[in-house]
Write a protein that binds this ligand. Structure first.
Ligand code: FE2
Length: 444
């Protein structure tokens, strides 16, 4: 037993959160889940069948089931609280298209199931749990974090109302933040280590890669910068698109980012949740897919950073003589301090993106702003396993998706700080324009 535990602790590090802190995290994330769902009508809780969304009623039951499956059943050996829970909510076995046809409990039944699971988790935590068990609490809390963000963009996808009580209205007067930062080349440790606390299998482990010196934008591409590409006919000009990107564009007929509205030949407004609102010119462009980012780059004679370059720009420092990357790797772009809204727009600090000049206190050593928060950033990199990859107990988290997706880094305004660690590798297929993603570019 001692040997198994020590292997587990080395392979699956945890954040060091205490039982009390885990209980607080469980309540906090559940508050967000409720704020994103409780106001929806019975019809909205089911919604239309689309490949990019889940029925909200299914999704929240699945969140409760995941907590129960991993923390209560797998770690503590408890029996299921609902006999048919696995048949309803195991995302590995319940095919996506069938999730609208299940005999789900009604709204009250789903919320009661979730409350029961949460109550049992709180009870277990109050009795004290070992580090190997805490791993599964940390996993299921982060899983709910991910679904909270998915629920936020699902409300955008489906044109539901802006969620109440999540985030202060942002200040949209910070303005643009143009120009490039120069990043030294050298050796870089790509990936995460046990010192990073709770990490996912696809981040393991840090290993050395070589990086040539490069220049990267100090901020993500803004709405105004993206609008110049749209106005220049970028969506109708084949030369800016890869074969796969053009096939997507032709197949969808896209003429501009998915939620932008054309008015009088301009692009001054967009649909935000169910309202039409002005497009903030200096906010980062968001809800663009990898193909759109790639096409913008080709038009602007720029390129996307690799994930190693993204990490080095975010966490690297120049060596004392300035000629190459130092051996160091910061915890956050700004250093060791836990994120605040001065550093990063994360976890619904604000109710949408801020201008790209905001959050100056969060600058990296090389002068890159908003590497964390505001919008996820598409990278050039395919989602592939790091050398020596081995799946963690939640085996379907990473492995089924390798080689079909692109990596995004940095987190959005709707991402919790638990997920938006700089080492976290998010991954989506390149046509997804419903996630809260933009991009930052490098000089050619
Ligand atoms: Fe899930």
């Amino acid at each position: 037993m001692m040997i198994r535990m020590s292997v587990t602790l080395i392979d699956r590090p945890t954040s060091g959160a205490t039982e009390d802190e885990l209980a607080t995290q469980l309540h906090d994330v559940r508050t967000r889940t409720r704020r994103l769902t409780e106001d929806l009508s019975t019809r909205q809780l089911m919604g239309p069948m689309l490949p990019i969304v889940n029925p909200v009623l299914w999704e929240i039951g699945h969140v409760g089931w995941f907590h129960e499956y991993w923390a209560l059943r797998h770690a503590h050996g408890e029996a299921p609280g609902l006999d048919r829970a696995d048949l309803l909510w195991n995302s590995s076995t319940v095919a996506h298209a069938t999730r609208w046809d299940l005999n789900l409990p009604d709204r009250n039944g789903v919320f009661a199931y979730m409350a029961d699971v949460l109550g049992r988790q709180i009870g277990r935590l109050s009795g004290g749990v070992d580090a190997g068990t805490r791993y599964f609490y940390e996993l299921s809390i982060r899983h709910e974090d991910m679904h909270v963000e998915a629920l936020a963009y699902t409300r955008q996808t489906l044109g539901y109302a802006r969620p109440d009580g999540l985030g202060h209205p942002g200040d949209h007067n910070a303005g643009p933040w143009p120009g490039d930062a120069s990043v030294s080349g050298g050796r870089w440790r790509l990936g995460s280590t046990g010192a990073d606390g709770f990490i996912f299998d696809n981040e393991k482990w840090a290993h050395e890669v070589g990086i040539a010196p490069f220049r990267i934008a100090k901020a993500p591409v803004t709405n105004a910068e993206f609008a110049a590409f749209v106005r220049a006919g970028g969506y109708r000009n084949r030369q800016f698109w890869s074969a796969a990107g053009w096939a997507w564009r032709e197949g969808t007929g896209a003429e501009r980012p998915v939620y932008w509205l054309e008015t009088d030949g301009g692009y001054g407004t967009w649909r935000r949740y169910q309202e039409v609102e002005p497009l903030a010119p200096h906010a980062p462009v968001m809800f663009v897919n990898w193909y759109e980012a790639e096409a913008w780059c080709r038009w602007a004679k720029r390129r996307l950073p690799t994930e190693a370059e993204w990490e080095a720009a975010a966490l690297g420092e120049a060596a004392a003589n300035g000629s190459c990357l130092a051996d160091s790797k910061r915890r956050w772009p700004w250093g060791e301090a836990a994120p605040s809204s001065e550093h990063a727009n994360l976890g619904f600090a604000f109710d949408g993106p801020l201008d790209v000049a905001a959050c100056a206190a969060g600058d990296s050593a090389f002068g890159c702003r908003q590497m964390i928060g505001n919008v996820w950033e598409w990278t050039a990199s395919d989602f592939v396993p790091l050398p020596g990859f081995a799946a963690d107990p939640y085996e379907d988290y990473s492995r089924p998706w390798f080689n079909t997706r692109k990596v995004l880094r940095g987190g959005s305004w709707a991402t919790s700080a638990r997920i938006a660690r700089p080492g976290y590798r998010n991954f989506f297929t390149p046509e997804r324009n419903d996630v809260i993603a933009g991009f930052r570019t490098c000089a050619l």
